[in-house]
Structure formats: structure tokens, C-alpha cells
Write a protein that binds this ligand. Structure first.
Ligand code: ASP
Length: 592
């Protein structure tokens, strides 16, 4: 029931079945057209647009008021529903066959000239959109995005509740939860000099819930991470977060897939059949150069280090000698010299020194470096890659990590440039068997690849200290079209294992006790086996809406400097408040 004391119907509702009824509508003036003494207005609300007509034969008084109306004035109108004249109907609108002849108008609130057009077709600068976000959100497209968010939330909720999950909120003022970013902190007035952290995720708290016996938990938490902002990052974002006890990895895959399928069905009416495919981390790195491959197209990488080390090409030979690798990508299309040059620049922007290339011809390989590759090497290369004449081989020679990184980006670029995939496809993939640790060159120590609460694979429990680089984790990511959508793991639930891992990543017993003592203490009281996953909800919704930018589906995002142009946060606070919080500033003012 959408009728209220102020309206009988919404602006997205009336059709030919309502002809001749008397209705009252409320909404915003979207456009006004004056047709020789008759005024037509598109009246807009959340539900749609209805054409209303001010005709002197119906009410001269209403027409007079309508003459003064301006864009975004908020009005209430009473009138009766008529069929539009032939040729005047609008098949694009739900209400396109009717119009309302108005006999009474009441201006609920006037609008100043809006600083932005409430119109989907107009491109606006980001700053102005964010400053007047409440108006930007009035646009039908933004209304649609926020509605899709809601539909997805309800779909996941329904699915999870049907599977006995409890929706539980965890606290916002917490001890730091480590997800690898900086914490936002909140000073405690009553505990001078002490700070709460805002949660980077509910990680520790959801694990504690498992220890408390709530064996199926979920929520849509807001996670706060003080990171440098990029297009797909915001200081606060929403997750679909869940945790289960008495489970193994397979159970999480089932529930994760079920949640995604429910959301895909309700938002886009897409039925996803069968289970999501899985790919081991190592295989993913070998074949695609990254742990989040876009599987809408194949275009795989081939490691040719073993072959080209027998060539006379000095660059390749010296890279192999210094521990690097050479990998090749072979788009099955001819690529012009000009385009090749563009791909070379692209690889340089990715941080590689360059990109070597050779054209495959009926007679062998051809380019200005082909002479360094004798017939045998050429043949072995062509055979290993499976290259066909009329295509181009592109090589990156670099340290393994950089080589993979550049080629993974080049692969995505080629996929997009050569239109190797259907943009509308949703391709989900589990990447599994991640390493437990990765080496942090900056700190010169091991760091958790996911987070430090992840359980190593049983068969690697003995080599955690002796061969950390080989230890695999019970950890998984969900990837959608080359984007990491979710991450999760089975957790350590025994204190000894947890302490061993913490020690490896730089938290020896005492330090671990100080930071995570409460969790370690909780592990002493019969912590069940448990695991879970956190989905980047904004990112998922953006992709459902056909966007890459999560800000398109968020209410009041921050700009690139982590400021909110709408409310002006962050901002200074009054001196008294600072005093109360026992805080003195020591800000180095930027010059200029
Ligand atoms: N807390 C993790 C994250 O935010 C998700 C998980 O391990 O469940 O990535």
C-alpha cells in the first residue's frame, strides 16, 4: 500500500486500467513544456514518471500556478486520468498511455535551481555529483542502483535465514582487527590516551561468535580501512560477512554459491546452474599470471624460459640467468605494428622494461629479434605455444612476480581490446589452495597471505617454520570476471597453531598476547572448527549494475582524498571537544 494521506498513487503506477479515476499524486517537477497555453509536466518520484497536464478548460487557477513551477519543485496534484491522444503515447514509460488532467495543485516545497540536472543522460563532474549527492541520488539510475542493493540484501538474507543463519551485529568500537590496512581510531574520552579501532572487518568477533555457539552467523557489516584510495576502494564499504562452525571448505563453497545464486536470481533474474569451477592458486598464476583470472576468455600464458635460454637473444638469456622468467602470450589475431607499439608502452606503464614480440609466419618467426632464435628454438617455441601463422607472440622477461603481473594486465587489456568476451557474462570462479604466507620484502619477513587466523593445510602443519613458503592454506577467493569478490578461510581453532602462525608473521607470544590475548584466551574453551567468508558487497552490486566503480552503488562516497564533499568530513573539531578527549594536535601545515 503506497497511498498515504497525501497521495492516492505513485508516479509509476497509473495505466489505462485507471482511466477516469480521480487521483492525487506527489512528486518533483522533472520537466515542464508549455504548448500554447497548455502545460505538460513530467512528475517524478521513486516509482517513475507520470505526465500531468494543466489545461485552462479544466482549471485556470491550477494552470496559473503551473506557470510558475520550476525544476525540482515538490508538488501535490489532484486530477483525473485520461488516455493520451493517439501518437502521443510513450511505450518506454509504464505510465506512457495516460496523462492526468489537473484541477488542483499544491506546492509542497519550492526548489532553488538545482546545481545538477536530475537526468541520467547528462555526464557530470564527480565533485559536483558527490557534493550534491542527495540530488544525484534522485536520478532514476541511482535510484535503481540503490534498489538493486536492497533486493540483493534481501535475497541473501532470505537464503541465509532459510539455512539457519542468524543475523548478528558485532561492535564498531573494537580492538584493532587486522586485515592488512591502517586502522581508523576513535579516542576514548573516559580513558584518556586510549583509542578504540573501527573494525576493518568483523573477523575476530565473528570467530568469537563461533566459540559462543552461534554456529551460523551473517551480517552486512560496514568495514573501515584507512588505505590510499583507488577506483575500487573506499574507506568504508559493506561486506556480506558470514561464519560457520563445524564445517570444512566445501560447506563454505555451498553456502557462498547459494548466496550468490540467490542474489543473481533476484536482481537480474539469472539462474546459475551447477557449481562454480575451481582453480588452484599455483595453476592460476602459471596460466594467467594472477590469482583472479577473468575466465570469460582463454588467452593463456606459456612459460618459455626453458626454450629461449637456448637462443642467442641476450636480454632473455640474462633474465633467465638472474632468476627471472620469460612468458609468452599469443592472441590469436594479427596485430599491427602500431598496435604492438601501444602494447609495448602499456607493458612499460605496468613496470616492465619492455615487451619483445615476433610475428608467426608460415616460414617461422619474424621480427627484428627473430635472427637470435635458430630454427630449432623457433620450432620449439611455436610448438609449445601452439601458435598459428598470422598471429603475434608477445613476451615479457622479468622477475617472476613482475612478469606475471604485467602479463596478467596485458591479458586483460587484450581480452577487452580484441573483444574476446561477452560483456554481459557473469563468470564465477573459486581460486583455492593459496599459500599461507607471502614474503614481505619491505619488512623482510613473512606476512599472512590472507590473514593470520587462517588454518594451514593439515599436510603442511609440520613445515610451517622450516619451509614457510611451501605451506598452503585452507583459504579461498571467489572471483567474478577477473575481480576478487570474496575471500575466506577455515580458521585456526587451536591455540598452539595460532601462536605458531602469529610468531611467523611477527607476533611472538608477548606481542600476540597484547594484541589478540582475548582471542587466544577464548580458544582455550573448546573453540569449534570454523570458517567463513567476506564478500565485497558494493563491488558485487556494482558489477550487477554493469559498473566497475563501487561509488556508483554507494550512498555518500568519499573522493580520492578520502573527503566527503557533501558533508565536508573529515573536519576540525572544537577546542573544547579536543580538550575533553585529551588530544593536542601536532599537525604540520602544508605550505601554500
Ligand atoms: N575478514 C575477511 C576479509 O575481510 C573475510 C574472511 O576471512 O571471512 O577479507
Amino acid at each position: 500500500m503506497l497511498n498515504t494521506k497525501l497521495r492516492t498513487n505513485t508516479c509509476g503506477e497509473l495505466s489505462k486500467k485507471d482511466l477516469d479515476s480521480n487521483v492525487t499524486l506527489c512528486g518533483w517537477v522533472s520537466t515542464r513544456r508549455d504548448h500554447g497555453g497548455i502545460i505538460f509536466i513530467d512528475l517524478r518520484d521513486r516509482y517513475g514518471i507520470t505526465q500531468i497536464v494543466f489545461d485552462p478548460d479544466v482549471s485556470g487557477e491550477a494552470l496559473k500556478t503551473a506557470e510558475q513551477l520550476r525544476r525540482e519543485d515538490n508538488i501535490q496534484v489532484k486530477g483525473h486520468v485520461k488516455a493520451r491522444k493517439e501518437g502521443m503515447t510513450n511505450a518506454k514509460l509504464k505510465t506512457g498511455e495516460i496523462e492526468i488532467f489537473i484541477d488542483k495543485i499544491n506546492i509542497l516545497n519550492k526548489s532553488e535551481t538545482p546545481p545538477i540536472e536530475i537526468e541520467d543522460r547528462i555526464e557530470l563532474s564527480e565533485d559536483i555529483r558527490l557534493k550534491y549527492r542527495y540530488l544525484d541520488l534522485r536520478r532514476p539510475l541511482m535510484q535503481k542502483h540503490i534498489k538493486i542493493r536492497h533486493i540483493a540484501m534481501q535475497a541473501a538474507r532470505k537464503f541465509l535465514c532459510e539455512h539457519s543463519f542468524l543475523e548478528i551485529q558485532t561492535p564498531m568500537l573494537v580492538k584493532a582487527t587486522p586485515e592488512g590496512a591502517r586502522d581508523y581510531v576513535v579516542p576514548s574520552r573516559v580513558n584518556p590516551g586510549k583509542f578504540y579501532a573501527l573494525p576493518q572487518s568483523p573477523q575476530l568477533y565473528k570467530q568469537l561468535l563461533m566459540i559462543s555457539g552461534f554456529d551460523r552467523y551473517f551480517q552486512f557489516p560496514i568495514c573501515l580501512r584507512d588505505e590510499d584510495l583507488r577506483q575500487d576502494r573506499q574507506p568504508e564499504f559493506t561486506q556480506l560477512d558470514l561464519e560457520m562452525a563445524f564445517v570444512e571448505e566445501e560447506d563454505i563453497y555451498d553456502i557462498g554459491e547459494g548466496s550468490i545464486k540467490a542474489m543473481m536470481k533476484e536482481t537480474l533474474d539469472i539462474d546459475i546452474k551447477g557449481s562454480f569451477p575451481r582453480l588452484k592458486y599455483k595453476e592460476s598464476m602459471d596460466r594467467f599470471g594472477c590469482d583472479k583470472p577473468d575466465m570469460r576468455f582463454s588467452l593463456e600464458l606459456t612459460d618459455v624460459s626453458e626454450i629461449v635460454k637456448d637462443s642467442d637473444f641476450g636480454v632473455f638469456k640474462s633474465v633467465v640467468e638472474s632468476g627471472g622468467i620469460i612468458k609468452c602470450i599469443n592472441p590469436e589475431k594479427d596485430i599491427s605494428r602500431k598496435e604492438i607499439d601501444r602494447y609495448i608502452s602499456f607493458c612499460q606503464e605496468c613496470g616492465s622494461k619492455g615487451m619483445a614480440w615476433m610475428r608467426v609466419t608460415e616460414k617461422g618467426l619474424d621480427s627484428n629479434i627473430a635472427k637470435y632464435f635458430n630454427d630449432d628454438v623457433q620450432k620449439r617455441l611455436i610448438d609449445k605455444i601452439g601458435a598459428k601463422p598470422g598471429t603475434v607472440l608477445m613476451f615479457i622477461a622479468d622477475k617472476p612476480a613482475r612478469c606475471n603481473e604485467t602479463l596478467a594486465k596485458l591479458r586483460n587489456k587484450l581480452g577487452a581490446d580484441l573483444e574476446l568476451y561477452d560483456k554481459k557474462e557473469f563468470n564465477f570462479l573459486w581460486v583455492v589452495d593459496f599459500p599461507l604466507f607471502e614474503f614481505d620484502d619491505e619488512r623482510n619477513s613473512w606476512a599472512p597471505a590472507h590473514h593470520m587466523f587462517t588454518m594451514p593445510k593439515k599436510e603442511h602443519w609440520d613445515i610451517i617454520e622450516s619451509d614457510p613458503g611451501k605451506v598452503l592454506a585452507q583459504c579461498y577467493d571467489l572471483v567474478l570476471n577477473g575481480v576478487e569478490l570474496a575471500s575466506g578461510s577455515i580458521r585456526c581453532n587451536n591455540i598452539e597453531m595460532q601462536e605458531r602462525i602469529m610468531k611467523m608473521v611477527g607476533f611472538p607470544k608477548e606481542k600476540a598476547q597484547e594484541r589478540f590475548g582475548f582471542l587466544l584466551e577464548a580458544f582455550k574453551y573448546g573453540a569449534p572448527p570454523h570458517g567463513g567468508i567476506g564478500f565485497g558487497f558494493d563491488r558485487f552490486i556494482a558489477m550487477v549494475c554493469g559498473h566497475h566503480d563501487i561509488r556508483e552503488v554507494m550512498l555518500f562516497p568519499k573522493n580520492k582524498s578520502a573527503q566527503c564533499p557533501m558533508d565536508g568530513s573529515p573536519s576540525e573539531i572544537p577546542d573544547e571537544q579536543m580538550k575533553e578527549l585529551h588530544i593536542k594536535l601536532d599537525v604540520v601545515k602544508k605550505s601554500g
